[in-house]
Ligand binder design. Structure first.
Ligand code: PLP
Length: 401
């Protein structure tokens, strides 16, 4: 679909045949210690969106700015929409769990990475650099392998080893950085500015937000062309949240829905920059220390847009402790058979904290974004494997269960 760009901060609108990142008017004006300015949204003409309204065979790809390159090379969804019977009974809420942990690299980040790969291929580029807390890097590396692209990945050296190992196996150039995710973010921009290639940094490349909106459109199609009343989104940089909002926004502007779901920003209380900005109006960085590595962000790349999305959707923020996150992770395993990573469990913990205030008859969705197999280290010292028994029938008969 034909598209243009709009700056979230100064409102500047423009078209471009090239690859653009921040707003050319105000993108460089961010002061140290405050959230980045000049993040761009991809925008469409309402009439063009409206043409999708009467399409019977509507698909996610109809809403994207670039055609997906060689479709089927790296399928991306639909992911399961679970109706968890035991949890519904216990909470009394008509809740669904959107299992983006099922995507091929094990996280939601396939959605943005597939669109950025298609953007690069469309523009004849073969190299993509990015910073990641781990999952975006693994997703981009997997998709780079599938399409024969060169991936240069800057990650904090402390990222979970499984996520780094995945990217190494996919064949990416992995560059562990002795520093934070925010440091890796700056270094990857320095890399593309001097060495060329496409930069896939979250929100910095507007196609990341646009790719992530696919989850909302997929959810709408899975729910029989309906949207939930409220959706819980795990949040670090706020790019997933911005993408989820954008998907529902496009559906609204296409005349396919009548209202936006309330978007709930779910954060660890040890990485709550966006929650703080929503409450105070001050867009200030924090010192992030949560064990949920994927949402441990001091300076959220899409913080300003995320705050606006929460507000415009009538949503709110929920903070949870790291203990509540780990407890929610265990509950999803034991009550629904779903094993997700701590960042995803943050959204479920927020739902549990909130569920008493969800109206009767309302539909809620919790977005579960990453598989638990990526980070088994969080269980060290917390979950013990049972002792082995002797190889004898007596030992079986002595079992207490
Ligand atoms: C599994 C998972 N969940 C949630 C998030 C948070 O997304 P965002 O940083 O866009 O808020 C991430 C980001 O890396 C992630 O990997």
């Amino acid at each position: 679909m034909r598209f243009a760009y709009k700056c979230h901060d100064c409102g500047h609108e423009f078209e471009s045949d090239g690859i653009v990142y921040l707003c050319p008017k105000c993108g460089g004006s961010t002061a140290p210690g405050e959230f980045r300015r000049g993040i761009l949204s991809v925008i469409y003409d309402d009439d063009e969106l409206g043409r999708l309204r009467d399409r019977r065979d509507l698909s996610v790809d109809d809403f994207l700015p670039y055609p997906i390159a060689s479709p089927g090379t790296f399928p991306c969804g639909p992911t399961a929409l679970v109706k968890p019977g035991r949890i519904r009974k216990e909470t009394g809420v008509d809740v669904t769990l959107k299992m983006d942990s099922q995507l091929l690299s094990g996280s939601f980040k396939d959605r943005a990475s597939l669109l950025v790969a298609s953007q690069a291929i469309h523009h004849g580029q073969t190299r993509i650099a990015l910073a990641s807390t781990g999952n975006a890097g693994a997703a981009m590396s997997a998709i780079g392998a599938a399409y024969g692209l060169d991936i240069i990945l800057f990650v904090p050296a402390t990222a979970p080893v499984n996520k780094l190992m995945q990217s190494v196996l996919y064949g990416a150039h992995v560059v562990p950085v002795r520093g934070t995710y925010d440091d890796a973010f700056a270094l990857s921009i320095a890399y593309t500015q001097s060495k060329g290639g496409v930069n896939r940094n979250t929100a910095y490349n507007p196609m990341t937000i646009e790719g992530k909106k696919a989850a909302s459109i997929e959810l709408f199609l899975q729910m029989g062309r309906e949207v939930p009343d409220i959706i819980y989104v795990p949040t670090g940089d706020g790019c997933i949240l911005g993408g989820i909002y954008k998907g529902f926004y496009d559906l609204l502007h296409a005349g396919l829905t009548e209202a936006l779901p309330r978007i709930v920003c779910c954060q660890s209380d040890r990485s709550d920059a966006i929650a703080g900005a929503f409450e105070t109006g001050v867009y200030a960085d924090v010192k992030a220390t949560t064990l949920a590595d994927s949402i441990s962000v001091s300076s959220p790349a899409n913080g300003r847009m995320a705050v606006r999305a929460i507000r415009e959707s009538g949503g709110h923020v929920v903070r949870v402790s790291d203990d509540e996150i780990l407890q929610a992770q265990r509950l999803l395993c034991s009550q629904a058979g779903l094993f997700v990573e701590p960042a995803s469990a943050c959204a479920y913990a927020a739902f549990l904290k909130d569920c008493g205030s969800i109206g009767g008859g309302e539909k809620a969705t919790v977005l579960l974004t990453g598989t638990g197999f990526k980070d088994m280290a969080v269980f060290q010292g917390k979950v013990a494997l049972p002792e082995a028994i002797d190889n004898s029938v007596e030992a079986v008969l002595a079992l207490p269960f």
